[in-house]
Design a binder for this molecule. Structure first.
Ligand SMILES: [Zn+2]
Length: 259
């Protein structure tokens, strides 16, 4: 995939060529309109598809022949549902990754401490997870990510290296922030659709169809059905010979800075 800023330069150069040639006929106007539509489609796809790699290198899965994969949870910690998820993980001796919101960590540092004590990886998922996050300027994005790493550090004494963009959207200000803070961006290869799907059996069957060695599975621990879905996934994974491993082990990258 061609990276930003080259893709922007090429699209803009095409635009300029059309303007310089002059739009003299309806034929040229149609080609010009197609070029604008094509450019917009590329930019929207590049921003909204977390694995596009247009702005940032994003790890979405790992190439391996071993039947191992990683379970990741977003949007917690939740005072009830995350606890239930942690209990299920402990019963099954599985280590997961929690991409947490800084704002929720400030309310529930004890849950983060339990995650750490039980061997799970804690990672950055922004402070507010605002619907407007993608429109934030660089300074505000940086503040969101720095504050989240700081509150996690205050709770467990470690600074996360892994980050997942809210809604999976990437753009130039976020790319600058990631580079500045030296974070590793993590996407997913299986989106469970647990926030919209209501039938756990269908969810698990969908996940099973997409599972391959090295998969990274996206779940949410702030949902009432999180524990039920997790239990079913563990059972299905075990039946199919899959081992659930922590992200740092799957990627062979340290989950925290050494400070
Ligand atoms: Zn999220």
């Amino acid at each position: 995939m061609m990276r930003y800023p080259w893709i922007h330069i090429i699209l803009f150069a095409g635009f300029i060529v059309f303007v310089l040639l002059g739009i003299r006929s309806s034929f040229w106007l149609v080609i010009f309109a197609c070029w604008i539509a094509f450019s917009l489609a590329i930019l929207i796809w590049g921003s909204s598809s977390v694995c596009s790699g247009m702005y940032i290198k994003v790890i979405c899965r790992v190439n391996t022949d071993e039947k191992k994969m990683t379970i990741t949870f977003d949007d917690g910690p939740h005072p009830v549902y995350t606890i239930a998820v942690l209990d299920t993980l402990r019963q099954n001796n599985i280590k997961a990754v929690f991409f947490v919101k800084g704002r929720e960590v400030a309310k529930h540092p004890d849950i983060i401490q339990r995650m750490d004590e039980e061997g799970h990886v804690i990672a950055n998922h922004s402070w507010s997870h605002s619907h407007w996050f993608d429109l934030f300027p660089y300074a505000r994005m940086r503040q969101e990510l720095e504050n989240t790493n700081l509150i996690i550090h205050n709770a467990i004494g470690k600074t996360p290296r892994f980050f997942r963009p809210p809604y999976g959207v990437t753009n130039p200000p976020l790319a600058k922030t990631i580079k500045k803070l030296n974070l590793t961006t993590i996407g997913w290869s299986i989106r469970s659709m647990d926030t919209v799907g209501k039938d756990p059996e269908k969810l698990v069957s969908r996940i099973k169809n997409k599972m391959v060695p090295g998969s990274i599975l996206l779940l949410h621990d702030n949902l009432s059905q999180a524990e039920d879905i997790l239990g079913r996934i563990i059972e299905m994974g075990n039946e199919n010979g899959y081992k659930f491993v922590p992200l740092d082990e799957l990627l062979n990258i340290k989950a925290y800075d050494s400070n």
